[in-house]
Write a protein of this length. Structure first.
Length: 73
């Protein structure tokens, strides 16, 4: 789980590759990936885009709540 940081800038490195292999249902092929948050060094591999987005949101969500709090004052 990403650490929530209050940085004003985040850098992510994302790598994708095409993978072929054998799964429970026979031959499986598809895109796989790995994302890393440069500032913290945290990373994860993913098979679906929503996993990638959840990882990124873990770093950006604190920024949106901070912006909302500052705008309501």
């Amino acid at each position: 789980m990403p650490r929530h940081t209050q940085q004003s800038q985040h850098t992510f490195v994302i790598r994708f590759w095409w993978e072929r292999g054998w799964g429970d249902t026979g031959r499986e092929m598809g895109w796989r990936g790995r994302i890393e948050h440069v500032q913290s060094g945290e990373g994860m591999t993913f098979q679906e885009v929503h996993q990638l987005l959840v990882f990124i949101e873990g770093f950006l969500a604190p920024l949106s709540s901070l912006t909302k709090d500052q705008g309501s004052g």
